[in-house]
Design a protein around this ligand. Structure first.
Ligand SMILES: Cc1ncc(COP(=O)(O)O)c(C=O)c1O
Length: 411
């Protein structure tokens, strides 16, 4: 039984000035300009793919997916957050050095930074992005992993030279352990989630994610009063991704903003619970999900400040729905492009399918035949063997079909 909550606190007024102090379009533009200097990222913009075959099957006007699996070699949108937070941290730590961002990403300050160790807990993707960014600039990096993170994801992080520490608990416990190790060793936590007294860095991470919103608006040539989408479905872990993208769209479109829906795994429903409580709340489940990136038991209080007033509805989905969505995207039926979406990446489509399978929810979410839906594929096959097992085809083979599809288009 799907669980859906229409948020009575959602506002369609213009973006409030008090939220501009947290996230704003100007800072997103600055982050975007800086990231252009990082050679591990695709700053041409990730593709926005129309899926007309799927839209026709689901009875929607249009379904479009922004493919963040192609953002960078780290395989997910997280490559937009950690490097920006790291840069802003270093700028704050040594303002007198007047660090040049281009030189920083090229590793020219390696000697200066060799004693600045950064640390974070991760479900996989944030840690991988932080490790890659730290390696580029020359900071030592320590990543804390909980028991649910696959060894493939661990190896992918270690490949960027990070030291790995494994703990037995879940994601939230790994966040606590990272904070403890940092204070013991005088390391710097670069976390994607906020907690009391720790907000600057998670804010910078979210600001990096807002770049996705900026690209969408440019790619659709959207005018402020006419958004290209009626609905945007956003995955929720601690809430930083949803807050970063939603804040940009809200600030740009103001009272014309699209409906914003957050989707989470059944066992890690902290944003859904926060929606009901009207304040940050803990998940009620076991904080365990195939959607590893979304398996978070506590929302980021800073992200919640943005989400509470703008998310129109919270939806909880089952793991099986994500698996079906991965398969649908990989198949590319009815002339649609095949897309490689990992377990968390496919959750947006899983949410849409869950809503459409229930007439009442479909109505509540105002998903009719005029709906233009934006989904974001937040990761590719970040754990290739899990992807193969769940989709029944390996990611390389899907990529070959994707390339064939594109070559046919070019001819
Ligand atoms: C692939 C993927 N999608 C979505 C999310 C959710 O992001 P957040 O935790 O900022 O809500 C994550 C988080 O790790 C992720 O890895």
């Amino acid at each position: 039984m799907p669980t859906f909550y229409l948020n009575p606190r959602a506002s369609h007024a213009p973006y409030p000035p008090e939220l501009q102090h947290i996230l704003n379009i100007g800072a997103a533009a600055e982050s975007r300009a800086w990231l252009k200097h990082w050679d591990r990222i695709n700053m041409q913009g990730t593709p926005l793919r129309e899926l007309p075959g799927l839209a026709a099957r689901l009875g929607m006007k249009n379904i479009v997916i922004k493919d963040e699996s192609l953002r960078s070699q780290v395989g997910s949108f997280k490559a937009l957050g950690a490097p920006i937070a790291l840069v802003r941290l270093l700028l704050r730590l040594m303002p007198e050095k007047r660090l040049n961002i281009d030189a920083l990403f090229m590793g020219s300050y390696r000697e200066l930074l060799q004693d600045i160790t950064v640390i974070s807990a991760t479900d996989g993707n944030h840690g991988r992005a932080l490790a890659a960014a730290a390696q580029s600039v020359g900071c030592p990096c320590v990543i804390v992993l909980h028991g649910g993170v696959s060894s493939e994801r661990e190896n992918a992080i270690a490949d960027y030279g990070a030291k790995i520490i494994r703990i037995g608990g879940n994601y939230d416990e790994s966040v606590e352990e990272a904070a403890r190790l940092a204070s013991e060793n005088r390391w710097y936590v670069v976390s994607d989630t906020s907690y009391e007294g720790y907000e600057d860095i998670p804010r910078d991470v979210m600001q990096g994610y807002a770049i996705i919103g900026a690209e969408v608006i440019e790619q659709c040539l959207c005018r402020q009063e006419t958004p290209a989408f009626s609905h945007v479905i956003l995955q929720g872990g601690v809430g930083g991704f949803a807050a970063g993208v939603a804040s940009f769209l809200w600030q740009y479109h103001g009272k014309h903003r699209p409906q914003l829906i957050v989707v989470e795994p059944r066992e890690a429903d902290c944003l859904y619970q926060s929606g009901i409580a009207g304040q940050p709340a803990k998940a009620t489940g076991a904080v365990d999900s195939l959607m590893a990136g979304l398996a978070c038991g506590e929302c980021s209080p800073l992200a919640w400040k943005i989400l509470q007033p703008c998310i129109d509805a919270f939806l909880v989905i089952e793991d099986e729905a994500a698996v079906r969505a991965m398969q649908v995207l990989a198949a590319g039926r009815d002339q649609d492009i095949p897309i490689i979406a990992g377990e968390s990446g496919a959750a947006g489509l899983a949410g849409l399918q869950t809503l459409l399978a229930d007439e009442q929810l479909k109505k509540k979410a105002r998903l009719d035949h005029n709906a233009h839906v934006l989904l974001i594929n937040t990761e590719g096959a970040t754990s290739p063997s899990i992807y193969h097992q769940l989709v029944g085809e390996n990611a390389l083979s899907v990529k070959v079909r994707q390339d064939c599809w594109q070559n046919r288009r070019v001819k």
